[in-house]
Write a protein that binds this ligand. Structure first.
Ligand code: HEC
Length: 168
C-alpha cells in the first residue's frame, strides 16, 4: 500500500514537473514569434538586403498633401470601378496587376505601405522620390525610372487606391 502510494506521489510529481516544463516551452516560443513579428515592422531603410518594393513600412505617411485618410471596413464598389478605369488609362503603361513592370505591381500594397503614403506617391511623386526614404530606394531599384505625376485629382487618386484594396 505504502509502496504504491509512494509510486503515485512520484508519478504525480513527474507529471507535474513535465507539465510545467512544457508550459515554459510554449511561453518561450510564443514570445519568440511575437518578437519576430515586431522585427518585421521595424523599418531599417538602410538595409540593403531588403528591396524597397517588398520593404514593409506601415508607419511612414510620405510627403505631400495627404496627412490622414481612413478606409471604411467595407470596400466601395463604385469607387473601385472608377479607380480601375483610371488605373487602366493613366497607370497601366507602367504598372501591371500581378507582375513587376516599369514600376512595381500594386498587389497587396497596403500590406507594406500606409494609405497616406500611396496617395502621396500618386499625387506628389517628385517630392516623394527626392525626400521619402522608401520612394528614394524604389527609384534606385527601378533603375532610375521615376514614378510619373499623372496629375490626378485627390478624388481620382482615392478611387485608384480603393481599387488597389481589391488586388491580392
Ligand atoms: C511612366 C511610368 C509610370 C506611370 C505612368 C505611373 N507610374 Fe507609378 N511608378 C513608376 C515607377 C518606375 C515606380 C517605382 C520607382 C519610383 O518610385 O521612382 C512607381 C511607383 C509607384 C508606386 C509605389 C509602389 C510601391 O510598391 O511602393 C505607386 C503606389 C504608384 N507608382 C502608383 C501609380 C499610379 C496610381 C499611377 C497612375 C495614376 C502610376 N503609378 C503611374 C512608374 C510609373
Amino acid at each position: 500500500m505504502i509502496k504504491s502510494l509512494k509510486l503515485l506521489v512520484c508519478l504525480l510529481l513527474f507529471v507535474g514537473c513535465g507539465n510545467s516544463q512544457s508550459n515554459e516551452k510554449e511561453k518561450f516560443s510564443y514570445e519568440r514569434t511575437k518578437k519576430d513579428k515586431k522585427e518585421n515592422v521595424v523599418v531599417n531603410h538602410d538595409n540593403h538586403d531588403i528591396k524597397a518594393s517588398v520593404m514593409v513600412d506601415l508607419v511612414n505617411k510620405g510627403v505631400g498633401p495627404i496627412k490622414e485618410i481612413s478606409f471604411d471596413n467595407e470596400i466601395n464598389p463604385q469607387l473601385v470601378s472608377s479607380g480601375e478605369e483610371i488605373f487602366s488609362k493613366m497607370c497601366s503603361a507602367c504598372h501591371k496587376v500581378g507582375k513587376k513592370f516599369i514600376g512595381p505591381k500594386p498587389n497587396k500594397i497596403f500590406d507594406r505601405r500606409t494609405p497616406e503614403w500611396v496617395m502621396n506617391m500618386i499625387l506628389n511623386p517628385e517630392e516623394m522620390v527626392n525626400n521619402d526614404p522608401i520612394a528614394k530606394k524604389l527609384l534606385v531599384e527601378f533603375n532610375g525610372a521615376p514614378m510619373a505625376n499623372q496629375n490626378l485629382t485627390e478624388d481620382e487618386a482615392r478611387a485608384v487606391v480603393e481599387y488597389f484594396r481589391t488586388l491580392n
